[in-house]
Design a protein around this ligand. Structure first.
Ligand code: UD1
Length: 418
């Protein structure tokens, strides 16, 4: 199993290119099931989850060509299976995003329930209830969602809670439903807007993506489209924290600064210098002492749960007590124990963490537990004194493209040990 070794304490400088967003690429790939014509996607990140979605689509009968590492062309003339099996869904919850498209275009889907996940229970009740309101007949048995429908029909659906995947699944399904669908209490993440942009260029009629209420006028068929995946704001946030910790001057290129407004504002309040330009961001570590900072994770445009672990590392270096409340996932503090092994002082009470800083971190052998928690260990390794070895790096590879190469390009002493 691959590991990452980091010798901490090196200053970082230079430019790093931000890749396409994993969380936009996965729904975009699933959306290709809605048409029998080719869907071309560019700015695709070269990460494991994209590979898992590609395997799932191949299994369903999609023909896949990849003209280059960051481009893919997906054509589903007809399906060879309606079945998203457990072995794929269990490794990637986003596999459930094929449910809506399969049902809308093919009238049938069998998708394994994602089950428990390291960061929380993560049910899909909102996806299922919404599809039922669109006219699907759904049974849950033997660990599978079995769904059937003639043609879905438009209706009004209000989500009981804000869900990114639920909004995406229903948005895709409603595109081919008969009549008008109104989705209320929708997620407003930029990845939803990116999906709606792709669907619109495939011929869908959508208003309000990025707002709490989305209106979709169903059409009979969708067609071919070409789409560039939006830049990854979570990857960008990770490099911003690295720059804040040990950056002389780090420039993130090819990003969308407006999607990082809340995060950059938090960094500035902590005392970090962050400068937004049109499609780049410059970050430099603070001249003086970092200040403690309190935050609560929330749906977009609030503070993203996917950025919580990374910011916690920075707060270990800030003066005073920082309070963090995790409101999205019930078990998303698994990095705390590993950071503790590196010297961080963090108290946990349920979904609340108190970080006592500043604490010098010291290199240690640590274990990656989930995607964003692993990224936080890399950040901790960069600022720690001595050597850090991170095991179970496959968690990082799910969502970060060549993280060790990108950090090495900025001057970090980091390597993958195979
Ligand atoms: C997506 C992101 C993930 C991010 C999360 C929250 C992708 C591929 N993944 O995950 O990186 O951390 O949004 O921003 O885009 N819930 C229910 N019932 C449902 C659906 C969700 O109770 O039917 C709950 C979940 O357990 C969780 C909360 O709602 O507590 C938010 O989940 P959701 O927004 O659906 O997350 P994902 O789409 O899985």
């Amino acid at each position: 199993m691959d590991k990452i070794r980091i010798a901490g304490g090196r200053r970082l400088s230079g430019k790093v290119r931000i890749g396409g967003a994993k969380n936009a690429a996965l729904p975009a790939m699933a959306a290709s099931l809605l048409t029998d014509e080719p869907v071309h996607l560019s700015n695709l990140p070269d990460v494991w989850d994209v590979g898992t979605m590609r395997r799932l689509l191949l299994r369903l009968g999609t023909s896949v060509t990849q003209p280059s590492l960051h481009e893919i062309s997906l054509t589903t003339e007809s399906l060879s299976s309606h079945d998203a099996p457990y072995e794929l869904v269990k490794t990637m919850r986003a596999s459930v995003l094929v449910l809506g498209p399969l049902l809308a275009r093919h009238g049938k889907a069998r998708v394994s329930l994602p089950g428990g996940c390291a960061i929380g229970a993560r049910p899909i009740d909102q996806h299922v209830a919404g599809l039922e309101k669109l006219g699907a007949r759904i049974t849950l048995a033997h660990g599978f969602v079995d769904a059937e429908a003639d043609r879905l029909h438009g209706t009004t659906i209000r989500f009981d809670q804000v869900t990114v995947g639920g909004t995406e699944n229903l948005l895709m399904a409603a595109c081919l439903a008969r009549g008008e669908t109104i989705l209320e209490n929708c997620a407003r993440e930029p990845e939803i807007v990116d999906l709606a942009t792709l669907l619109t260029s495939m011929g869908a009629v959508i208003e309000g993506a990025g707002a709490e209420r989305i209106c979709i006028k169903g059409v009979d068929r969708l067609h071919s489209a070409t789409h560039s995946i939006l830049p990854d704001r979570i990857e960008a946030a990770t490099y911003l924290v690295a720059g804040a910790l040990v950056g002389d001057e780090v420039e993130l290129q090819g990003c969308r600064p407006e999607h990082l407004a809340t995060f950059s504002e938090a960094l500035r309040t902590i005392g970090v210098s962050v400068e937004h330009n049109e499609d780049s961001i410059r970050v430099r570590s603070a001249q003086g002492a970092l200040k403690a900072f309190d935050f609560e994770t929330a749906p977009y445009p609030g503070f993203a749960t996917d950025m919580q672990a990374q910011l916690m590392v920075l707060l270990t270096q800030a003066h005073g007590q920082s309070h963090i409340v995790e409101t999205i996932f019930e078990n998303r503090f698994m990095h705390v124990a590993e950071l503790g092994r590196m010297g961080a002082r963090v108290e946990l009470h349920g979904n609340r963490a108190t970080v006592h800083g500043p604490t010098p971190l010291s290199g240690a052998n640590v274990m990656a537990t989930d995607l964003r928690a692993s990224a936080c260990l890399v950040l901790a390794g960069l600022v720690a004194e001595g050597e850090t070895v991170i095991d179970r790096v496959y968690h990082i590879d799910r969502g970060y493209e060549h993280i060790e190469e990108k950090f090495a390009g900025l001057g970090a002493d980091v390597e993958r040990i195979v």
